[in-house]
Design a binder for this molecule. Structure first.
Ligand SMILES: Nc1ncnc2c1ncn2[C@@H]1O[C@H](COP(=O)(O)OP(=O)(O)OP(=O)(O)O)[C@@H](O)[C@H]1O
Ligand SMILES: [Mg+2]
Length: 221
């Protein structure tokens, strides 16, 4: 349902993304790992259509919803931010109250979203994405600002949504535990290229490259 061919992104003479081929199937959860600056967000931004590739094609089917690494809420209450994000206004109120509960935002529902803490703001940003029924979610480090409890709530909400909708997910993370608990497949980016890919168990047991071995060692599992 997402098919990427010969994708390159360059800034000046620097190539930050260089992917020959990548396919994500319906319902598949792909985790994108890799160090800072390896091109994870660039990949998601191109699939989301936020930035253009320098070369290559991305073909996708169905509706895609994108959670950026840093998202800014609207200057409205938390509740109105959620309602505003809904495309289907008919079921929006019910969905909103479900998500306020699932993401522990109930007590903050009438607060101006600009006054939220970093972790609260990230819970709201995820909530805004989960207001809609998508065929594919692009989640860029969705829980990076969350405390442990908040992160668990968010992970549960993402899993519940995926079970209910059967959507595909492409998710970046620096958390090995998160990668393992979500991934049907992991790709590891090194300077914009796919250095390793496979199931979590394959990758952890036997990275093919020296770079992959060092990276997996750092996961300390
Ligand atoms: N607008 C831009 N102009 C120039 N270089 C850019 C631009 N946007 C991104 N880059 C560079 O592209 C590379 C990849 O960035 P990207 O944000 O995709 O990394 P990332 O893997 O998401 O890193 P992180 O783990 O820190 O989020 C980085 O070296 C970054 O500096
Ligand atoms: Mg990033």
């Amino acid at each position: 349902m997402i098919e990427i061919k010969n994708l390159r992104k360059t800034y000046g003479d620097k190539t930050v993304l260089d992917i020959d081929s990548l396919t994500v199937k319906k319902g598949e959860i792909l985790v994108v790992a890799g160090p800072n600056g390896s091109g994870k967000s660039t990949l998601l931004k191109i699939i989301a259509g936020v930035i253009k590739a320098s070369e290559g094609t991305v073909v996708s089917e169905g509706e895609i919803f994108y959670l950026p690494q840093q998202s800014v809420p609207f200057a409205k209450t938390v509740r109105r931010n959620l309602l505003f994000a809904a495309k289907d206004k008919l079921n929006a109120k019910e969905r909103c109250s479900t998500l306020l509960n699932e993401l522990a935002l109930n007590e903050l529902a009438d607060k101006n979203a600009l006054a939220l803490s970093g972790g609260e703001c990230q819970r709201l940003a995820l909530g805004r994405v989960l207001m809609n029924k998508g065929d594919c979610l692009l989640l860029d480090e969705p829980t990076s600002a969350a405390d442990i409890e908040g992160g668990e709530l968010m992970e549960k909400a993402i899993k519940r949504y995926q079970a209910q909708t059967g959507c595909a997910i492409i998710m970046t993370t620096h958390s090995p535990a998160q990668a393992l608990s979500f991934a049907h497949r992991i790709i590891m980016l090194n300077r914009g290229t796919i250095a390793e890919q496979g199931s979590a168990s394959e990758l952890l047991a036997e990275p093919e490259t020296d770079w992959g071995k060092k990276f997996v060692d750092m996961w300390k599992i």
